[in-house]
Design a protein around this ligand. Structure first.
Ligand SMILES: C[S@@+](CC[C@H](N)C(=O)[O-])C[C@H]1O[C@@H](n2cnc3c(N)ncnc32)[C@H](O)[C@@H]1O
Length: 219
């Protein structure tokens, strides 16, 4: 970002005059109608747990013909995300929801309506007694499968090998999904500057291996 006073004030003006990017669940009854939400019929991708928004903002900027929905549960990260989305020039094709992803998927996302779901570095809950708090399990994967259009993709990444194993088990047990890619990325193979998310960048700098998998909805 350019911090010269003129550029900064034009960023602020853009943010102040932009329409609201937040979908407030209290104001929405039943399933979301994406063409009404975005004002166009373009395909929709969802990012769950966007954190500061690096992935969703970059994706929306690079793909103006797509729509993007971010779901973020933490109040602190949601505030940062909202500010960044408001200041970016991509607002037209991004909406964000503050909420718990499993609940939002079940209550507000119509079946067969999402081209891709991205989940990067979900909270790992490293202690074994906390594993039940992990987001990705077979029930959650089934909610993602329902939301995807046929051929739609579920893309996941983590730096925790045991969580990755759980992700593979949950997605592998879902008969409506097939694996189309799986990667173990050693830190020296990827430049931190090319990371897709803030956490990926942080973990590459720390020298951690990153595990990635992509599934496609077949039914
Ligand atoms: C470790 S951070 C990763 C952030 C970002 N994806 C990245 O790679 O930089 C995990 C994020 O997921 C959010 N999160 C965790 N569980 C969630 C849930 N059930 N629904 C929505 N967001 C969730 C957390 O608040 C946090 O912002």
């Amino acid at each position: 970002m350019n911090f010269e006073p003129e550029a900064e004030s034009s960023e602020l003006k853009k943010a102040e005059s932009a329409p609201d990017c937040e979908i407030k669940l209290s104001q929405w009854e039943g399933l979301c109608d994406w063409p009404i939400v975005f004002g166009n019929p373009n395909p929709l991708e969802i990012e769950i747990g966007c954190g500061r928004g690096m992935f969703i903002i970059k994706s929306a900027r690079e793909n103006p013909g797509m729509n993007y929905l971010g779901i973020e549960m933490s109040a602190r990260f949601f505030r940062m995300l909202k500010e960044r989305v408001k200041k970016s020039a991509t607002q037209k094709n991004i909406r964000i929801i503050k909420g718990e992803a499993g609940f939002v998927l079940k209550k507000f996302v119509p079946g067969n309506s999402v081209a891709a779901v991205h989940i990067y570095f979900p909270d790992p809950w490293p202690k074994k007694r906390h594993w039940k708090r992990r987001l990705i399990n077979s029930g959650f994967v089934e909610s993602v499968r329902c939301a995807l259009v046929p051929g739609g993709q579920l893309c996941m990444a983590t730096d925790f090998q045991d969580y990755f194993d759980e992700m593979l088990l949950a997605a592998g047990a879902c008969s409506g999904l097939e694996q189309i890619a799986r990667q173990e990325c050693a830190p020296h193979e990827t430049e931190p500057e090319k990371a897709a998310t803030s956490y990926e960048r942080k973990y590459l700098i720390q020298g951690r291996v990153i595990y990635k998998a992509t599934y496609r909805k077949v039914k």
